[in-house]
Design a protein around this ligand. Structure first.
Ligand SMILES: Cc1cc2nc3c(=O)[nH]c(=O)nc-3n(C[C@H](O)[C@H](O)[C@H](O)COP(=O)(O)OP(=O)(O)OC[C@H]3O[C@@H](n4cnc5c(N)ncnc54)[C@H](O)[C@@H]3O)c2cc1C
Length: 405
């Protein structure tokens, strides 16, 4: 985006020269970049397969989306600070001032969950998500502001085509996301085949389909909504079954929705999945792999182990607090019995202390292989730190963001 933006401005300046004061010029370069980035975020919000694949998974796409949001805030403040201001109340100010305040408030709210000010914005996920719905209006406001301001963008044809063209694309993406996605998005209707409790706080939901297996790669996740569930809202869960089998979710009670989900879910009731998403798949790694799971972070590895090809050697280490929390050991033992290239260890931190990676016999994976990590954020951070000190290159560490905001 930066290269395209700089190129368009270079072409403009070399063709038309400098038509306004330098501060105005810089301010406009910055504000037009902010507009282009708002449109990029609207495009990302469509969850288009090409973008999802390019950014290596929807979870990483969300990270990029957040980074772009914060960049927009910095650009908008910089534009406001340096742009020469006309005296009195001109129309461009009527549009700009409320828009700047709203945009900054929106970015503050949207980024809050990852920052110390999270406590100031105690929004439930669905409410927080709903605050994003009006983002397209910012594109309209910025375009209107530029029409009232003495802007290069509407004086110079190349820039006009570029900036207003991107704005139109952003608006189309917004309209698609808000009005058409529910109809044309990657949804599939399935039915609940079974629901049962496995262990104290994990519910396993299996979905049946008359139209054959749900196409996905081992390790991918999908958004699940259940007509007979605690609420119709969607939640992301990894598909923990072999890609050739029915879809299975292993869901740990960890909040409003998941706490109320249980074995009472009626068989045959309607379910809908959106996806599959994610690029946390073993095919991305090298021949020797170390898989590190923490708690319910085992779910992608259950699918990946069932689907493991003969050319990949894997050691899976599953860190749980106490051994009885490791619920799928029978399934993993069966896979280890059938596949000589798959081994697993359960590590109970309450009895054995924190997992030290250098004590594992996984030299090949740590030296020349790839490491896959899935689990709670603090555990992931601790493993990433250890992996760094063991010299594992960053490019060979793959991890799944187990939260999207
Ligand atoms: C890619 C991915 C894969 C996951 N796989 C599994 C899995 O296999 N098994 C499992 O038990 N958990 C999994 N999770 C976590 C699971 O999605 C959350 O625990 C669940 O959505 C919490 O919902 P809640 O209402 O019960 O809890 P809440 O207390 O309402 O939410 C806890 C946190 O979960 C996130 N969250 C809540 N609702 C949503 C939503 N609708 N969409 C996105 N995030 C939301 C928010 O960050 C929120 O702060 C996965 C999460 C992600 C992002």
């Amino acid at each position: 985006v930066l290269i395209v933006h700089a190129t368009m401005w270079t072409i403009t300046l070399s063709t038309y020269g400098v038509l306004v004061a330098p501060r105005q010029l810089v301010a406009e370069g910055i504000s037009s970049l902010a507009l282009v980035l708002i449109c990029c975020n609207l495009l990302l919000a469509t969850r288009a397969p090409l973008l999802e694949k390019g950014l290596t998974g929807l979870d990483k796409l969300f990270v990029t989306h957040r980074l772009i949001g914060l960049t927009i805030a910095v650009l908008v403040v910089t534009h406001y600070t340096i742009v020469p201001k006309s005296v009195g109340w001109v129309p461009s100010k009527f549009v700009a001032y409320p828009m700047i305040l709203l945009l900054l408030a929106m970015i503050f709210v949207a980024s809050a969950p990852r920052f110390p000010w999270a406590k100031l914005v105690p929004l439930k996920y669905q409410t927080w998500k709903a605050t994003h719905r009006f983002n397209g209006l910012f594109v309209l406001a910025v375009v209107t502001h530029s029409l009232f301001a003495p802007a290069y963008v509407h004086m110079v044809p190349t820039l006009r085509v570029y900036v207003y063209g991107v704005a139109a694309l952003g608006l189309l993406a917004w309209i698609y996301r808000e009005l058409l996605f529910a109809r044309f998005g990657p949804f599939r209707a399935l039915t609940v085949g079974s629901a049962c409790s496995v262990g104290a706080d994990v519910t396993e939901v299996t979905l049946a389909s008359d139209a054959g297996p749900y196409p996905r790669k081992a390790g991918q996740f999908a958004f699940l909504s259940l007509a007979a569930g605690p609420s119709p809202e969607q939640h992301p869960f990894t598909i923990s079954s072999d890609p050739r089998a029915d879809v299975r979710f292993s869901i740990k009670a960890s909040g409003d929705f998941t706490d109320q989900l249980g074995p009472a879910l009626p068989e045959g009731s309607a379910a809908r999945v959106e996806g599959p998403y994610g690029a946390f798949t073993s095919s991305r790694g090298r021949a020797d792999q170390l898989w590190l799971a923490g708690g319910i972070g085992i779910t992608p590895f259950l699918a990946m182990a069932a689907d493991l090809d003969a050319a990949t050697r894997v050691l899976l280490v599953w860190s749980v607090r106490r051994k009885p929390e490791a619920l799928y050991t029978d399934e993993l033992s069966r896979i280890a019995y059938e596949k000589s290239n798959f081994e697993f260890i359960v590590h109970a931190t309450a009895e054995q202390g924190h997992l030290e990676l250098d004590a594992l016999h996984a030299d090949a994976a740590l030296r020349e292989g790839s490491v896959f990590v899935c689990g709670p954020v603090p555990m992931r951070e601790a493993f990433l730190k250890q992996l760094k000190s063991l010299g594992v290159p960053r490019s060979e560490i793959y991890y799944e963001e187990f939260r999207l905001r």
